[in-house]
Design a protein around this ligand. Structure first.
Ligand code: SF4
Length: 297
């Protein structure tokens, strides 16, 4: 049923908007208006909430706040309040258009998907209790108090404060401690986790990318290892023993090695015993093969 009329029109001068007379224009005033509608319009709240970007639909007391033609409106089931007008006549002009707006929403209901999301206000002081209270401004607000007010109005989510531990559920319960660290209360906040989910998803993808890069590095390393010549292992041989081993591998006899290195045959034999022991072999041929395989020569 369309809204036809209004009654109980009241226009007041809010003291906080009219602190001092304007000397240049002493008649200038700022007015707030309130009025009563001729029927209950609460069934329109979810449709207005869905239609206007800045609409806020409150659970208690049930009402919806929104901007219409630049005027801030508070619509209750049977009444409305609107701020701020330059004159009472301007307020009355606006109310006529306001009623047309309500009737337009009524007419368009079938084309609008209603938004039943409601704001359940939490006392600002309770929200402030869980904030770090450092006024660091990382959230974009000058103070934690201003940020708490934005949360209370449903304009922001707690995830904008980077120093607040991020909850991962839609309904987050934060502990509140007193100055001695004793748990004294808890505050339950409804939060929008979509941004947080995106962050987690981005981090997850980053981890997958890093894991893939690590796997590729490991495979490359393995391939390079397989192509690299075996590392030189000298089995703890002394320089002199390596000299002797080289000559052994070249097929020289003990006496020939003795003459070439100017050492006695007995010393050559002693070096050979040490070489065999260190390489774990029993004869000259095995010693030469092992030395070649390990790049000792
Ligand atoms: S980022 Fe957090 S701690 Fe910093 S001002 Fe905002 S609410 Fe306060």
């Amino acid at each position: 049923m369309p809204v036809k009329d209004y009654s109980e029109f009241v226009c007041i001068l809010p003291w906080f908007m009219n602190p001092l007379p304007d000397e240049k224009n002493p008649n200038s005033k700022i007015w707030s208006a309130s009025f009563r509608l001729d029927q209950d319009v609460s069934h329109l709240f979810p449709y207005i909430n869905a239609t206007l970007d800045e609409a806020l639909y409150y659970e208690k007391p049930a009402h919806v706040r929104f901007l219409l033609n630049g005027y801030r409106c508070f619509l209750y089931p049977y009444s409305a309040a609107v701020h701020f007008f330059e004159s009472q006549a301007a307020a009355k002009d606006f109310i006529a258009g306001f009623i047309d707006f309500l009737n337009d929403v009524e007419d368009q209901k079938k084309n609008i998907r209603p938004n039943y999301d409601q704001i359940k206000p939490i006392p600002i002081i309770d929200i402030l209790k869980i904030l770090p209270k450092t006024n660091c401004r990382k959230c974009g607000y000058l103070t934690c108090m201003a940020f708490a007010a934005a949360i209370m109005k449903g304009k922001e989510g707690t995830d904008k404060c980077p120093d607040l531990a991020l909850p991962i559920s839609e309904n987050a319960v934060y502990p509140v401690f007193d100055d001695t660290g004793k748990l004294v209360n808890s505050v339950s906040l409804q939060i929008n986790t979509s941004r947080l989910k995106n962050q987690i998803q981005a981090q997850h993808e980053q981890i997958l990318r890093l894991e893939a890069a690590l796997r590729t590095d490991q495979q490359n390393e393995k391939a390079a290892d397989s192509q690299r010549p075996p590392q030189k292992t000298d089995f703890g041989l002394t320089n002199r023993e390596i000299e002797v081993l080289k000559l052994i591998a070249q097929g020289y006899t003990n006496n020939e090695i003795s003459g070439m290195l100017f050492i006695s045959p007995h010393t050559v034999k002693s070096h050979m015993i040490n070489i065999f022991n260190k390489l774990g072999v029993n004869d000259r041929t095995q010693a030469a093969v092992l030395a070649t395989q390990n790049n000792i020569l």
